[in-house]
Design a protein around this ligand. Structure first.
Ligand SMILES: C[C@H](O)[C@H](O)[C@H]1CNC2=NC(N)=NC(=O)C2=N1
Length: 96
C-alpha cells in the first residue's frame, strides 16, 4: 500500500461504512454492553496494529471506544488508515 496522503475525494470514495473523515484522520466511535467488552475490542485492534505496524489512537471510555486512524509519518490519511478502518468494521460488522 502507498503511504502517500489521500485526497479528500479519494477518502470520501474509500471511507468504510460508519466512519467519519476529519482534517487529517478517520474516526469511529463504538459502543459496547460493558466496559470490559470495549477493552477487549481495543486489545484486538491493538494486536492487529502491531501485526501491520500501523497504530490507531484509541480512547476507551465507559462502554465506548473511539478509534482514530491517521498516518503520523505523513500528517494525514493514507491507504493504511482506510485499511485499518476496514479491519475494525470487519472485526465488529459495519453495524457496530
Ligand atoms: C517505524 C514504524 O514503522 C513507524 O513509526 C510506524 C508505526 N506505526 C504507525 N502508525 C500510524 N498510525 N502512523 C504512522 O505513521 C506509523 N508509523
Amino acid at each position: 500500500m502507498s503511504r502517500r496522503r489521500l485526497t479528500p475525494d479519494e477518502i470520501a470514495a474509500q471511507l468504510p461504512e460508519a466512519w467519519t473523515a476529519h482534517d487529517t484522520w478517520l474516526e469511529r466511535t463504538l459502543t459496547f454492553p460493558t466496559y470490559r467488552a470495549g477493552l477487549e475490542c481495543a486489545v484486538r485492534i491493538a494486536e492487529h496494529a502491531e501485526a501491520v505496524d500501523h497504530h490507531p489512537d484509541l480512547l476507551l471510555g465507559y462502554r465506548v471506544l473511539t478509534v482514530r486512524y491517521t498516518t503520523h509519518d505523513r500528517g494525514g490519511v493514507t491507504s493504511h488508515d482506510v485499511a485499518g478502518a476496514a479491519f475494525v468494521n470487519g472485526l465488529l460488522g459495519a453495524a457496530g
